[in-house]
Design a protein around this ligand. Structure first.
Ligand code: GLN
Length: 189
């Protein structure tokens, strides 16, 4: 199994460490040619969704990601990655990939609650630690989207058959379970 991590900007190294700890071969995606072969999975990390959206277009990577998903690749997005996966990002400066039939709300927790940690239930995994940093949440999810976790009645983790997204950063904890969940999703596709 090979999983590529989008390494244009943001917290990509932490994802690579998590995947390596789980024994998965990883590589960084910095330009279009890095996706010339379709990997089994792709991780879109946290960072700044508006900047990443612009870079996806400038580097012509956007349509290639969609093509790869249509050919069977699974995707996992955290925080800014979640925003980018949504059909509606709620911000015109950030174009969504449309891989999740969801609406995101960027910087949804306001200034004071910009960053916080909690432990909450994640479907199938039990209670796991969650780190939120200027996080979004999912303000609307269509019926084909499974809600995997909510915090204070806000949706913070969702999935469909090939796409997983969390508003929080599992890669900034010691808990490997969400990355393992993604790997299982790839194995079961
Ligand atoms: N606030 C960022 C955005 O809207 C996301 C923050 C993060 O990825 N930690 O893109």
């Amino acid at each position: 199994m090979r999983i590529g991590v989008l390494a244009l900007q943001g917290a990509f190294e932490e994802h690579i460490k998590m995947l390596n700890a789980l024994g998965v071969e990883t590589f960084e995606i910095r330009q279009l040619k890095d996706l010339s072969e379709i990997p089994d999975g792709l991780i879109i990390p946290g960072g700044e969704s508006t900047v990443m959206s612009k870079l996806l277009d400038e580097l012509n990577i956007r349509s290639r990601i969609i093509e790869c998903v249509n050919d069977g690749m699974c995707v996992f997005g955290t925080c800014a990655g979640l925003i980018l996966l949504c059909k509606d990002t709620g911000d015109e400066r950030c174009k969504g990939l449309g891989l999740l039939n969801c609406q995101a709300k960027r910087n949804a927790y306001g200034r004071q609650l910009g960053s916080f940690q909690t432990t909450e239930e994640f479907k199938g995994l039990g209670k796991i630690p969650m780190v939120f940093i200027r996080a979004p949440y999912v303000s609307f999810a269509e019926d084909d989207v499974e809600v995997l976790s909510t915090v204070d009645d806000k949706i913070v983790a969702v999935a469909n058959d090939k796409t997983l997204a969390t508003a929080f950063h599992p890669e900034l904890t010691n808990d490997l379970s969400v990355h393992k969940y993604f790997i299982d999703m790839i194995k079961n596709r």
